[in-house]
Ligand binder design. Structure first.
Ligand SMILES: Cc1cc2nc3c(=O)[nH]c(=O)nc-3n(C[C@H](O)[C@H](O)[C@H](O)COP(=O)(O)O)c2cc1C
Length: 344
């Protein structure tokens, strides 16, 4: 069990925010397979304040999509608090603040991972957010800005003093982006320094990586990110593994195709049938990853013009015997969104 303020989760893992990925249809797919708390991708406080139409749609919270977290990005307190006034009407279960985004145009403005350079300012910002809402507040940080400024422990202590209810840490520096291995030791250092729940993030591609994150860091929870790309089963498998010590069998090809079709229909309903093939094609590639001889089908998926065409490709995938033969041989280890799987 994991508690973040007044929110209790049966299992200590969550779907991490991912820009361009964790929209409503994707969150619903993950929820069907055992994900409890899921995050909307990071949302710029300014975009909320200026009532950007796309942003309004992104932050909508529907009844079945719970428990739900929103993550705000910004560096000016005034905008962040005005954004908070707007978003908290949606009664999210968690409000997270992003001090982790490595993208240059974000971090160079002092937002996202740029906040790692200013722990006192970050602490003040978090205190202002905590004082402004009754919803549990968390923060997402990185190991540090670069290898010569690994300051996560100091940043985390300022954040805790601000009254937040939990902290996410991606165990890489801003300079590393998403490359190199996650640094478990910095996550452990932060965990040992704090009294609030600490959730580790980085290189979680299977239930074995979840176990490794717990063992190496002593953390209270784990955020699943790239490991869930095309592999929402990671939630079901991790829950089963934590319950019994045995990883449940991988989904067979029928189940993979069922989820693909449902996900595509969800995307068509949410984003519109015209955009659905463009949004879904990356998911098509992720879902079918590891299946043999699937390349021509993936290429056709990249050219699909309509949702119906995409559904037909999914049906073809389902019918193809070669793919089905290989389905049973795919281990949890080679599932997931990472290009080069590494042993935990
Ligand atoms: C495509 C993509 C988008 C992401 N967007 C966000 C985001 O909006 N907010 C955030 O805090 N982290 C974001 N992340 C970082 C992940 O939440 C996670 O911390 C990171 O990928 C490390 O975990 P992993 O190695 O298991 O993928 C993103 C990661 C990816 C791959």
């Amino acid at each position: 069990m994991l508690k973040i303020g007044n929110l209790s989760l049966k299992y200590p893992f969550v779907l991490a925010p991912m820009a361009g990925i964790t929209d409503l249809p994707y969150r619903m797919v993950c929820r069907r397979l055992g994900c409890e708390l899921a995050f909307i991708e990071m949302i710029s406080a300014k975009a909320v304040v200026y009532e950007n139409k796309k942003t309004r749609k992104m932050i909508a919270a529907l009844p079945g999509d719970r428990p739900l977290g929103i993550q705000l990005l910004g560096t000016e307190e005034e905008f962040v608090l005005r954004a908070l006034d707007i978003v908290q009407k949606n009664e999210y279960d968690v409000i997270d603040f992003n001090a982790a985004c490595p993208v240059s145009k974000v971090a160079s403005k002092g937002e996202g991972a740029g906040m790692m350079k200013e722990p006192i300012k970050l602490g003040r910002m978090l205190k202002a957010i905590v004082d402004h809402t009754d919803i549990p507040v968390t923060v997402k940080i990185r190991a540090g800005w670069n290898e010569s400024s690994v300051n996560a422990r100091e940043v985390a202590l300022y954040a805790q003093d601000a009254g937040i209810k939990g902290l996410f840490i991606h165990g890489r520096t801003r300079q590393q982006g998403y490359s190199g291995r996650v640094d478990y030791s910095i996550i452990r250092e932060v965990k040992e320094a704090l009294a609030i729940p600490v959730l580790g993030s980085g290189d979680v591609f299977s239930p074995l990586h979840v176990k490794k994150m717990f063992e190496e860091t002593g953390c209270d929870g784990v955020a699943v990110a790239r490991g869930a790309l095309g592999n929402p089963w990671i939630f079901r498998e991790t829950a089963g593994f934590l319950d019994s010590g045995v990883i449940p069998p991988r989904p067979d090809i029928q189940e993979v195709a069922d989820i693909m079709a449902d996900h595509l229909r969800g995307i068509a309903a949410y984003h519109g049938p015209e955009t659905a093939p463009v949004v879904f094609r990356k998911f098509f590639a992720w879902y079918t990853k590891g299946f043999r001889e699937v390349k021509p089908l993936k290429e056709r998926a990249f050219r699909a013009k309509t949702a119906d065409e995409m559904l037909e490709l999914i049906a073809e995938f389902r019918r193809h015997e070669t793919y089905a033969e290989t389905a049973a041989t795919i281990s949890p280890q080679n599932a997931g969104g990472e290009k080069n799987y590494r042993e935990p």
